[in-house]
Design a protein around this ligand. Structure first.
Ligand SMILES: [Zn+2]
Length: 410
């Protein structure tokens, strides 16, 4: 018989979907039934049947239950670290200056090419476990530190193995167009990426490109996306991060699932994203870490009805964090959005950026039972008390992966 778990005495149950946008829905004094790893029903507390009608009853004791966080933009498979560069940066050297001098991504590319698949796998697995201990239950992982066929494939294979080993949803993205490998010319490398795109079918779900001054142009984005679309890949793009190039407008018109970063996106770009249903993936941790001051037009995005998503951008150069709770905190306080808007962006919005919002991210009946029980009964604590890990227990497909001191002894 399929087992049914009953989580009762929930102080706040948070759900998010298209109808709650751009906020979450807060239900109080309720119970959550999980059957076969999926959300079965949400009951009023008074509707809970005697304990022997369920396989297990877990008393949540008035705490909040929120959907598992979806980290929809990460570079978590990489070799080496970049702490020396961080020291340069705090003395005033910019990210692009470091990159143009052959450092930055190029250092990570060197270390990633040198690392064996086993080493990359072990390191990335440790990172993902730490992310899960902080409440993340679904991931996106990009390649992009190989810039050659062998290493890009190695990175994506690591991602595939992590998906199987940790039994969490992992979306894989081929980011061949992340930087231009030395000594190649831009146009020559774009040709290389285009030629090799078919080899990533079956390994990557999507294709991404870093469209930026002195990196890849909007015309490159168009070439890569047209080809990727023909091959059936989802499209996502790093756009308008350090300057305005117009990549978000073009990406949206080509049907990109998400445009990511967007610090320099204009109202025209935002309108194009709204028209195409493209999700805006915001990563305030990058702004914090790189010491930037430019912020995206988040309120224009909300007014236009663009779905917001949040992600860590976990990577060794511009945002070495594993923590979606930090990102939620930063988003609310830097962008001046409400706790509910930040939480919706970290769950439903991020799942939509990956094209999986029907499968997870909302804690709706029928969806995967991926959720966190917080240490508090008030989800607003996530954006109020900062620096604390609020995760008490985490469940992935109804299976507990963290915590577990409930009185049922489960
Ligand atoms: Zn990125």
């Amino acid at each position: 018989m399929t087992e049914t778990l009953c989580f009762r005495n929930i102080g706040e149950l948070i759900q998010a979907d298209a109808t709650s946008q751009p906020d979450v829905r807060v239900r109080t004094n309720c119970a959550l039934l999980v059957t076969g790893g999926r959300v079965d029903k949400i009951l009023r507390e008074s509707e809970v049947k005697p304990a022997n009608r369920y396989t297990r009853v877990i008393d949540v004791k008035g705490r909040a239950v929120v959907p598992g966080f979806v980290d929809c933009h990460t570079h978590l498979v990489y070799g080496g670290e970049r702490k020396d560069e961080m020291v340069d940066r705090v003395s005033g050297v910019s990210y692009l200056e470091i990159l143009n001098k052959g450092g930055g991504i190029h250092d990570t590319v060197k270390a990633t090419r040198q690392a064996t698949e086993a080493t990359l796998y072990d390191q990335a697995k440790r990172r993902m476990k730490r992310m899960m201990a902080l409440g993340t239950t679904a991931f996106e992982i990009k390649s992009g530190y190989g810039l050659d066929l062998e290493t890009e494939t190695k990175m994506l294979k690591v991602g595939k193995r992590l998906r199987q080993a940790l039994k969490v949803p992992v979306t894989l993205t081929y980011l061949g167009a992340h930087a231009i490998p030395r000594p190649m010319k831009r146009t020559q490398y774009v040709e290389f990426v285009l030629e090799n795109l078919p080899k990533f079918r079956g390994l990557a779900d999507g294709v991404d490109i870093f469209c930026e001054k002195n990196v890849f142009t909007v015309a490159d984005l168009r070439l890569v996306f047209l080809q990727a679309k023909l091959l059936g890949f989802d499209l996502r793009a790093h756009v308008e991060e350090l300057s305005h190039q117009g990549g978000s407008y073009e990406a949206a018109r080509l049907g990109a699932l998400s445009c990511d970063h967007l610090e320099y996106a204009t109202p025209k770009d935002i309108q194009a994203m709204h028209a195409a249903g493209t999700v805006a993936v915001l990563m305030p941790g990058v702004t914090l870490f790189l010491g930037g001051t430019k912020q995206p037009l988040v309120h224009s995005m909300l007014d236009a009805g663009v779905t917001l998503a949040l992600a860590t951008d976990c990577n060794p150069g511009s945002c070495p964090t594993y923590n979606m709770q930090t990102v939620i905190y930063l988003a609310a306080n830097m962008y001046r959005i409400t706790p509910g808007q930040a939480l919706a962006a970290a769950t439903y919005g991020a799942a939509k950026a990956l094209g999986h919002h029907r499968e997870y991210g909302g804690l709706l009946p029928g969806q995967r039972a991926d959720f966190n029980i917080l240490k508090t009964g008030d989800h607003r604590d996530l954006v109020y008390y900062f620096g604390e890990n609020f995760i008490d227990q985490t469940f992935v497909a109804g299976r507990r992966v963290k915590g577990g001191k409930d009185p049922a002894g489960f």
